[in-house]
Design a binder for this molecule. Structure first.
Ligand code: NAD
Length: 336
């Protein structure tokens, strides 16, 4: 009998393997989206664990299991906690997570890794792949609404992946969060012109690419704020008013089944008969493999509603594990 082991990777182990740069995640997410389009995945609907004392929309722990196929099949689970007041009351990140990867032959756990970084980076990479296909060619400006860790990683991804990006507008209800982020971004990307918007509307109006990264539970972003040609990534899911889903030229999701549930806006629109799988333009993977078109004219307003998929996390964690194994990185622990 071989004695089973598992590899533990902390956030700094992952960063040292290249996990602090968007390149690794763009590649892994593209691979994951291709498998999604090919149906080479299993992804049960994710359960939300909410305890009855936490009433905020962002107080929860979510279990996200998935299997991905292809040439190197692997299974995994992201177990991601969130407490809305971690930043303000405890000086801690809102989200915290671990990822377990399981060997697809034996189903034995082979790795446990910190997954707050992976989760933020893979979320940015999903937007990045979408921007490639759905933003106006040659766009030079973008806006981020909500400047926590998710907003920061989205901004860094844009700067890293789109060298034509010249200017970035930031808005946060806490002006300080936007100012702090602008300082870090100026240090890292001196080429960028960064402005702090006074309102969400000022951030969104005339922007070519808009990314929402707040923790709101109340939609505030109407269609009238969007210009022709805008690509809007609704990363925080609850920001965009219902009419935006109905008036945008194309609505794209990552996974229809995951989007049409939990009383999220698409789900409410489906229940009231205003939206359906037929009204949806595409799942993102269908665009990546060329089965459905991406942007077709400079005029289109395109909305991405990325619920976040477990296969995103598994694809990225698997890429990190392969690098860790090749370099002998992390801590190998006995399982028994
Ligand atoms: N779709 C996905 O795949 C995915 C993945 C990860 C996280 N998320 C979402 O991203 C969001 C942000 O995560 P985070 O970890 O950065 O959260 P966070 O709480 O650390 O930061 C959120 C920031 O948004 C600001 N904010 C809150 N409401 C706002 C509003 N109405 N307008 C402007 N700013 C506002 C807050 O002041 C804060 O700075 C969460 O809603 C989370 O669920 C989505």
């Amino acid at each position: 009998m071989t004695a089973p082991t598992l590899r533990y990777l902390s956030r700094s182990d992952i960063a040292a393997l290249g996990g602090d740069h968007s390149d690794l995640y763009m590649e892994a997410i593209e691979h994951g989206l291709r498998l999604h389009a090919a149906g080479e995945f299993v992804q049960p609907l994710k359960p939300y664990l909410r305890n009855p004392r936490g009433r905020h929309i962002a107080d929860r722990i979510i279990a996200m299991p998935a299997w991905i196929g292809g040439e190197a099949p692997i299974s995994g689970l992201k177990w991601i906690g969130s407490k809305h007041d971690n930043p303000s009351a405890r000086g801690m990140e809102r989200a915290s997570a671990v990822m377990v990867l399981n060997d697809a032959e034996t189903n034995f756990p082979v790795a446990i890794m910190e997954a707050g970084l992976i989760s933020a980076m893979r979320t940015a990479a999903v937007t990045g792949i979408a921007v490639r296909h759905l933003a106006k060619a040659g766009f030079t400006d973008a806006s981020i609404v909500g400047c926590g860790p998710i907003g920061e990683r989205q901004a860094r991804m844009l700067a890293e992946q789109f060298p034509g990006l010249e200017s970035l507008r930031l808005f946060d209800l806490r002006r300080e969060a936007a100012e702090d982020l602008s300082v870090r971004l100026r240090d890292r990307f001196p080429r960028l012109r960064i402005a702090i918007a006074e309102t969400a509307e000022a951030a969104v109006r005339d922007a070519s690419v808009v990314i929402t990264c707040t923790v709101t539970d109340t939609p505030y972003l109407p269609f009238s704020w969007l210009s022709r040609g805008t690509f809007l990534a609704n990363v925080s899911i609850m920001d965009v008013e219902r009419e935006v889903f109905l008036k945008s030229d194309k609505v794209v999701v990552d996974d229809w089944d995951q989007s049409n549930r939990e009383k999220k806006i698409i789900n409410l629109l489906v229940e009231s008969g205003q939206f359906s799988r037929e009204t949806l333009h595409a799942e993102l993977g269908e665009i990546v493999v060329g089965r459905k078109p991406g942007r077709e004219t400079d005029d289109e307003v395109i909305l991405l509603n990325p619920m976040g998929m477990a296969i995103d996390d598994v694809a990225c964690a698997a890429a990190i594990l392969r690098r860790a194994e090749a370099k002998g990185a992390g801590t190998v622990l006995p399982l028994y």
